[in-house]
Design a protein around this ligand. Sequence first.
Ligand code: F6P
Length: 410
Amino acid sequence: MRTEKLFSGKTLAILSGGGDTPAINSSIECVRNRASMLGFKVYGIQRGWKGLLGNGDVVDLTNIPYNGIYGGTALLSSRTNPFPGKKNTEDRSEQILRNIERYKIDVLVTIGGDDTNGAAKKLYEQYGIPVIGFPKTIDNDLRTHTLHHYGGQQNETVLCPGFPSGALAIKKLTAKLHTTNESHQRIMVLEVMGRDAGWLTGSAIFGGAQVALIPEVEMTRERKDFFFEFVKEKYMRSPKRSLIIAVSEGVRWWNEEKQTLDMVYASPDLDEYGHPRFGGISGVIASEISKRTGIEARGQISGYIPRAGKCSEYDRRLTSTLADKVVDLLLRADYGKMPVMKNIVPYSELEEYHTSAIEMGNIGNFPLPEDYYNANEFYFTDQYIDFLSNILGAPYRMEFDYEFPLVIPH
Ligand code: F6P
């Protein structure tokens, strides 16, 4: 007996764009599996929007084994922007439309942050292409309209696949750094990705970072003076004379020489969406701390560690849950939407029941909310700790408490 599936004869194509995360392959696999079950032929577009330019670069994922636990993206990624941008002013959307027709793509699922999904939104709004956006970023700064229930109130928060794995990696890395730092009784300045948002930097406090700086709060000359005093006191009061300060790569830091608020770039070259590449603020801050406090300090760039390695358990279940919502959207032919979590919930409650779909027109960047960071304490609030505990469980720190009796020679 031959049973015709609902979407037999239709093709769904998936692409991933922007910086990779450990959860992209999982998102691809979860969407692919569900779409196949509905009868779709499933294509993968290689290197984000680039794979729909020129002659196209498209592969068939329909019956090929796919490893969703392996991090990164087997479909490869790029920061190609088909619409005119700061770097590339050419409008290449015609090429995208032509390839969608050539490859007979009926539905497009775009896994990305604000840039990739922003382009998808334009394709949907300007040309009516059936698009479903799928959130992705370790920076966690893509507006998902998720709610956080805390202290009897509901506040807007964000939850993007990729962030849970990235946050776990930063938590673990920070927890490890204590041993070397304590051995030398230093201050360590740990630099964390996140561009203009401090979400990921916050995960370092789950590994025992005692101080944090985020891009949302400028480090003006006055705040810097206060900061150096604060750091010195915090260090002197720490039982082992050891302090870890987590700093976002995009922290705005007062430059005394130039008399400007600066960011430190690894390269000032802009990508096609107009972003420079950050890197090096930890070294600048560490050397100023040494000068101003007399305490030895070191910078440590965590770099691509939060993007590297396998998908975390939370991300695995999150991507699977959001893929369930994709099925709902497909069945109702409800395009121009992005599946998101309605509420922030612990691992055990990641279910379709807690999802919703937002209009692609309502996405955009969303920095760390003010209620999540206490600028006077240079630390995250209990509200943010509550948010993160849903994703990361309990804070972790390797501990070895000792107090050896001093030997007095006779
Ligand atoms: O995708 C976001 C991100 O990971 C940022 O946190 C970081 O600034 C940037 O990508 C680095 O990008 P690239 O892979 O181009 O070095």
